[in-house]
Write a protein of this length. Structure first.
Length: 427
């Protein structure tokens, strides 16, 4: 019997074709899958790269604050031990003579300190100006390298402190200054000078040696990397007047602002700008002597004779108020006459009093300037005579230092500003 073949329908043919593709992909499905995989892979890579950039940026910012924290920690230790002195630098104290005083700096005894930031008037950075006290410098701003038009501050501060060097506690001169300002990466450094011995090759005039270096060059330590801007301000308060005090730059101490009080006077008398520091450059040292007014005639001191009940009282020709000195501070007095009518030594301020009052009455902020007198703790014998043309020297230390740094992070190169206020205990 012959088998009869039945014709296949279109539906049967389609079913047969579909059976061959079971477990596989069509070309369209494969292309769609590859496109989705590409999108997913790109998204993952993008998210990873963004996360990496965020991490690097945040890490760079953290590094900036770590630099600042290290610098501020160092400063806090140094400034906590500032020494208030009117003979700040190290000097070769020679036997007293007619023009000199043993135990105090006299002309010719200075040890030239090299390598400081005081390079105006001395390219080698040797302080021919004898730095007697806490020093604040504000040179003209410098222009950033790399084609930028930004100008940055490069202040420096210089003081005497007690610090540990080589396991020993020593007096040292310390300076914070911005260096390498002509390079892409300026930095804030700490310079140190300290006495390391005595050169006794000349027994009649032994000389101190500084840092075991015949040129007295400093020990230099990195304080803050990538610092492009350094601004130092000191807290100054006029203690003779009703002045709340404020933070001032060196240029403002040379040219103090005006007070809104009657007559619009200056908040305090200007401090003299250091020799050679003119134009946009300012450098002040926190001490007073008879040349404080910068005039042709020094404002020398006068010691009025005392009475049986009234001690001798001190004032100057111009009735200087000594605005930053306070009770307990010391003033060095010296009579240059021959023979001297006054013993050259430091005298401790007991009180600021009114003239022509017996017993002495306190001088108050609303008292007239010409009535100010200084009473000392020490007993002074002038043999009943008025002593004139007295040379004097009195140092003071600001009660606070405000430091503002701008530091570039290594990633974005954008400067970030950090600031901190330090209390100076020696005040």
């Amino acid at each position: 019997m012959t088998r009869r073949t039945m014709p296949r329908s279109d539906e049967d043919a389609a079913t047969e074709r579909r059976s061959f593709g079971v477990g596989g992909f069509t070309l369209v499905e494969l292309l769609v899958a590859m496109a989705l995989m590409t999108i997913l892979t790109g998204s993952v890579v993008f998210i990873f790269m963004e996360a990496q950039n965020i991490f690097v940026t945040v890490d760079a910012r953290v590094q900036v604050y770590q630099y600042a924290r290290y610098a501020f920690d160092q400063m806090e230790r140094d400034l906590a031990n500032v020494v208030k002195t009117m003979d700040m630098e190290f000097y070769n104290d020679q036997p007293a003579n007619a023009l000199g005083v043993k135990g105090h700096y006299n002309p010719g005894e200075a040890i030239p300190i090299r390598g400081t930031d005081n390079r105006i008037g001395d390219p080698l950075g040797g302080d021919q100006i004898y730095n007697r006290a806490f020093t604040l410098r504000q040179p003209e701003p410098y222009q950033e390298t790399g084609g930028q038009q930004f100008k940055h501050r490069r202040d420096s501060v210089y003081f005497k402190s007690v610090t540990v060097i080589g396991g020993q506690t020593k007096n040292a001169l310390v300076e914070y200054a911005l260096v390498d300002v002509d390079k892409e990466r300026p930095r804030l450094v700490k310079r140190i000078w300290h006495v390391t011995g005595v050169d006794a090759s000349n027994p009649l005039a032994p000389r101190l040696t500084i840092n075991d270096d015949p040129q007295a060059l400093p020990i230099v330590q990195d304080l803050c990397l990538y610092a492009v801007d350094a601004k130092f301000e000191v807290f100054v308060k006029n203690r003779r007047r009703s002045d709340p005090g404020d933070y001032y730059e060196a240029s403002e101490l040379v040219n103090p602002p005006r007070s809104p009080r009657a007559g619009n006077p200056r908040v305090f008398e200007p401090l003299p700008n250091a020799r050679g520091w003119t134009g946009g450059n300012s450098m002040i040292q926190t001490y007073y002597d008879q040349t404080w007014n910068g005039g042709a005639f020094p404002d020398t001191g006068i010691l009025e004779p005392g009475t049986d009940s009234l001690p001798p009282l001190f004032h100057t020709i111009g009735n200087f108020e000594f605005p930053m000195l306070k009770e307990g501070d010391k003033i060095f007095l010296r009579d240059p006459g021959t023979p001297p009518k006054l013993k050259a030594q430091e005298y401790t301020i007991k009180a600021f009093v009114l003239a022509n009052t017996d017993p002495p009455q306190p001088w108050t902020p609303d008292s007239p300037r010409q009535s100010l007198r200084i009473q000392f703790e020490e007993k002074i014998d002038t043999n009943g005579r008025r002593v004139e043309r007295i040379q004097y020297l009195g140092a003071w230390v600001p009660s606070g230092l405000r430091v503002t740094l701008r530091i570039k992070d290594a990633k974005s190169r954008q400067p970030r500003t950090v600031s901190r206020v330090f209390k100076i205990q020696a005040n």
